[in-house]
Design a protein around this ligand. Sequence first.
Ligand SMILES: Cc1cc2nc3c(=O)[nH]c(=O)nc-3n(C[C@H](O)[C@H](O)[C@H](O)COP(=O)(O)OP(=O)(O)OC[C@H]3O[C@@H](n4cnc5c(N)ncnc54)[C@H](O)[C@@H]3O)c2cc1C
Length: 386
Amino acid sequence: MDVVIIGAGVGGLAAAVGLVRRGHDVRVFERGERLRTGGAALSLWSNGTAALGGLGIDPVGLGRPTDSVVGSTPTGAELYRMDLRAVSEDLGWPNLCLPRRELLERLASELPEGAVSFGPACTGTRQEPGRATALFDDGSTASADVVVGADGLRSAVRAQLWPGDVPRSRGYASWQGLAPLPIELAGSGTSRWLSGAEGTCGIIPAGGGQVQWWFDLPWTPDDPEPSHPAQVLRERFASWTDPDVRAVLSQVRDADVSLFPHMQTRVPRIWGAGRVTLMGDAVHSFPPSTAQGANQALEDALVLCAALDAVRGGDAASALRRYERVRRPRAARASWVSGRQPTQVLKGSTRPIPLPEAALRGLLKAYLKSVSNALRHAPRGPVAGV
Ligand SMILES: Cc1cc2nc3c(=O)[nH]c(=O)nc-3n(C[C@H](O)[C@H](O)[C@H](O)COP(=O)(O)OP(=O)(O)OC[C@H]3O[C@@H](n4cnc5c(N)ncnc54)[C@H](O)[C@@H]3O)c2cc1C
């Protein structure tokens, strides 16, 4: 089967790798001039690494394993703690944090030379009997058995399917960056989440001495983008005395800060039409509050590969609808939970969570299983029975 994928982000590249490994012909079209190198780091939970494993990519050695999560107040007083190593052992796949660039480069390195084309932007698709065609803004086209829109939050492929169905703001934005920081945490496997009245903050080692940090703040589409974001952060969090937060704020420069509004799209019941489908943020973008977006894109890639592999020259459109049916309930659950912004619940709290560590861990495991297809099949390898 030949497949055209629009977008060389996490989802598009992962699907391409899985399909190439199964012997399909794949062409990826990315509107950027090169792979995206920004976007700081990503947390991959056990479900995302299980999906990577199912696609044939060993996650061991990528980024930095996250062994524990510690939640704190702005002064550093502990509110809760979770042993993520125990979660990994129970679920069979690691939790880790890695620079987005590292993941994209690793995925791209698995593809044949020339599989990814850069430059023209996709403007939509067209279908003829037995073929689907992607259209580009330079007038060129690319036809295949199947076209997959993996073109992210402002997907052109989605916009053509449901004009006017646009992402909406969820009232927050993440101000984030990735930098080598001279703090002990950088060399550890501990992820820190802090919450106070001013906002929430995360600090996670991403490997190689690099630290991923973010601050989540209220935001509306009418807010102007600040010209000196580092100063805004320093002023807003001036009262926070936690030493790791102080280290981040004292080192951060304007050029290190990227602002990402929290947006959410409706998760439609069917994700495409005929020989066209969607994956990743193009079909289920949601706030990063549970750090599941890229994990869900990897899950999509795994199930899409299994569904297309099962038809081999048969009814491609039915295979796409089967992929969508399998993925939709779990992706929609991840979107629903993330849209509730669970990380904001502890804002201003100074009392430790009255739950034992094992109970919190149990909740996390239940959530990861509930949003995953990969974990259900991981011990037996790539998704079967799709
Ligand atoms: C602040 C923040 C933190 C996050 N942290 C995490 C995290 O820790 N863990 C996690 O799992 N997820 C996280 N996410 C979510 C994650 O970044 C996304 O869910 C993930 O990148 C989606 O992958 P994708 O491949 O679907 O889309 P993208 O990564 O957006 O890739 C889409 C690609 O398509 C290209 N493209 C767009 N339009 C066109 C077009 N018309 N023609 C051709 N190419 C096009 C783009 O240039 C891009 O390369 C976070 C998101 C944000 C905003």
